[in-house]
Design a protein around this ligand. Sequence first.
Ligand SMILES: [Zn+2]
Length: 296
Amino acid sequence: MPVPSHVARIALPVAAVALVLGACSAGGASAGRLSVLASFYPLQLVAQEVGGDRIDVTSLTPPGAEPHDLELSPAQVSQVGTADLVVYLSHFQPAVDDAVAAAPPAHVVDAASLTTLVPLAGAADTLDPHFWLDPSRMPAVAHAVADQLSTIDPAGAATYAANATALSARFDALDAAYTSALATCADRTFVTSHAAFGYLATRYHLEQVAISGLDPEADPSPARLAEIGQLVDARHIRTIFFETLVSPKVAKTLAADLGVDARVLDPLEGVADPSQDYFSIAEANLSALKMALSCS
Ligand SMILES: [Zn+2]
């Protein structure tokens, strides 16, 4: 190249800076990477696995926080408008829906448009958001994220497609493990804190009985607790499940009163322990269900 070496040495860093500024359209993204916002943990996992090191993913719900009642800071609201891609689930976190509506991001993946959400049992006007606990519903999200990332960053298209395919295979394998392990269980009814496991129950032909409704923070009435107690007696249920992100007090007290075990069944709404992820927690959930339901 007919350029004096000292000019090249000066010109290269300037070009590199320009490239970084051009690619870094939203706060938080490192040099050349796309900035992706996920509204809560399972969607963050999908974005991270599909985008790999070509993207920087931030979750709007802090790690270990319960996502149902998420409130966004003004800074987060403006991040929604400037991210390269926002991955969220409409009808789940109203603050995120509002932010997306107020300042529509250039690219969005709304998981609610990729899976059929069904009304919560006993509440016809409320859609049950917890689709991520049925792993067979997750590959559609992975492929939609890959499609959007490929539109923004065509040079990465092959990587995103390969990552989505690999991630989908892991969800499919998990689904197969659940199907097989839960096929033959002595019991099919399980008692949980809040109604997070409806899609899981439907997929694997189990019945969920939730102490609280959709809201993990809601306190059940004494009448509801009595009703659960009668059901536990009548069906000889030996385990009541509690969660990791909300107080286990109600479930543990009820289990103690009824003389049954209290164990963790994690709704995967957030991960407090960085050594765990969607797959390790889903495996632990499967072990807990097998034990509680006496699956052979
Ligand atoms: Zn929930």
